[in-house]
Design a protein around this ligand. Structure first.
Ligand code: PA5
Length: 446
């Protein structure tokens, strides 16, 4: 187990007896999840993905990634939500947010598209790609999500213009449902190479399928190591006993704090390359728990940047926040602060390692936040590599599964996501939405 959970910053907020008291509920939630007796159980196959991942699927992904690397300098990954955030998070985590600028010979640059409806963003992405050869990995479980479906039209048109119909189809990789959906059907008829998102794995739990693994592999990440880390976690996090299972401790702490009125969680980091871990985690937590007027509101903070923006609020604003810090024990790169003759009062830091300054700042901020009334816990990874990434993904997935059942909601659906779609489709006059279109038109006239 390389991921660790540090609850020392909860001492003033959670009594020992409260940990003991929640053990029975935890066991019940764990039993529901593992025995597949809880609500939404048909979408819990992510639980055993690492140990059941087949050699054939792994090889197919690796071969496709090699083909992409041979045919193109750039891979455009088109998807949104669970079909986007996992790959983006993984790339930044293992390679850094500068991957496209520091890319090695054999690796692909990866640009993401189809995660907004912004024309400016789409056009600028195409402008950045310029004349570089590119391939497309279009990812959509439903195959009908507006944002990726529209972006795919633009990039497919560009592929056809450059490489012709046959050449374009050889550069399109579709990750979608195995049996149905518009993208599935198009992939079959056009002959795109296909990867399947398993039925029992929802979008936000799909990073350890081809959804996340194909972009990772094209970027040069060792996906066998990602799966190995996740598999180790699957084995290590079996215990129902809080004392032995860090993922359960995290889920329990969240639930206890929620009951005490701490309704907002901040996932904080001290590495810019972890910013998208926060974005991925927000979807995982928010879509899983935010139901029936319940759930912890997930937010994120990137330190030390955000100490100069929302830091004031965290220290002294409404006292309903708690903080989970993702700590990296050993930073990948370090630097010694140069000795100069600058007169800014910071000479005392010269000659020291920047990593030490960063870690000391993290400790100081945690103590200040605890003193300010913000419960603080930490999830620690040894190093930002593929193995630790796999373990960390599994840690958070398991924790939210347990946490969802502690809230007595279905953690594996997302009914609320449909509400905005109905309004948007009605306003855009999508066929089939005529009645809603008329109702919105009348409402807007008033
Ligand atoms: O978690 C989910 O299921 C959603 O966030 C989806 O991932 C997102 O809406 C994209 O859906 P799709 O993959 O069907 O295009």
């Amino acid at each position: 187990m390389t991921v660790a959970f540090d609850r020392s910053g909860l001492e003033h907020f959670i009594q020992d007896s409260e940990w003991t008291d929640i053990q029975t509920q935890i066991e019940h939630a764990d039993q529901q999840l593992r025995a597949k007796t809880g609500v939404g159980a048909r979408y819990t196959d992510w639980l055993h993905l690492p140990s059941t991942f087949t050699e054939a699927e792994l090889t197919a992904i690796q071969h496709a990634a090699q083909r992409i690397q041979q045919q193109s300098r750039v891979l455009v990954v088109i998807g949104i939500g669970g079909s986007y955030l996992g790959a983006k998070m993984a790339l930044d985590f293992v390679k850094s947010k500068w991957h496209n600028d520091l890319v090695q010979d054999q690796e692909c640059k990866v640009y993401f598209a189809g995660n907004s409806l912004s024309a400016a963003d789409l056009k600028r992405t195409m402008q950045v790609i310029g004349k570089q050869d590119f391939s497309v990995n279009v990812i959509s479980k439903s195959g009908t999500t507006t944002e990726p479906a529209l972006a795919f039209r633009f990039f497919r048109k560009e592929l056809v213009a450059r490489y012709g119909e046959v050449g374009a189809n050889q550069r399109i990789y579709a990750t979608t449902d195995g049996e149905r959906g518009a993208l599935h059907d198009e992939a079959l008829s056009e002959g795109y190479e296909r990867f399947v998102i398993p039925d029992g794995v929802g979008g936000r739990f799909s990073v350890l399928t081809a959804v996340g693994l194909l972009p990772m592999a094209a970027a040069g990440i060792d996906i066998e190591q990602v799966l190995a880390g996740a598999k180790e976690a699957e084995g290590d996090y079996q215990s129902k006993q809080l004392a032995d299972n860090p993922a359960l401790q995290y889920a329990a702490a969240r639930r206890i704090l929620y009951d005490k009125g701490y309704h907002t969680e901040i996932l904080a980091n001290w590495e810019p390359s972890l910013q998208y871990l926060g974005e991925w985690w927000k979807q995982l937590m928010g879509e899983s728990e935010g139901k029936n007027q319940k759930g912890i509101y997930p937010s994120s903070a990137n330190y030390s940047t955000d100490l100069h923006s929302i830091g004031q609020y965290i220290q002294e604003g409404r006292r309903d926040l708690f903080e989970t810090v993702v700590r990296v024990e050993q930073e990948q790169v370090d630097a010694t602060v140069p000795v100069t003759n600058q007169q800014d009062g910071l000479a005392y830091l010269e000659g020291r390692q920047l990593s030490t300054v960063n870690q000391t700042a993290a400790l100081g901020v945690a103590l200040a936040h605890i003193d300010g009334g913000v419960p603080n816990m930490a999830v620690t990874v040894a190093i930002q590599d593929a193995f630790n990434l796999g373990e960390l993904i599994y840690f958070f997935e398991l924790a939210v599964g347990i946490s969802g059942y502690l809230f007595a909601i279905n953690p594996f659906n997302q009914p609320g996501v449909e509400a905005y779609k109905t309004a948007m489709f009605a306003l855009l006059n999508k066929p089939g939405y005529e009645a809603a279109s008329r109702a919105y038109a009348q409402r807007l006239q008033k």
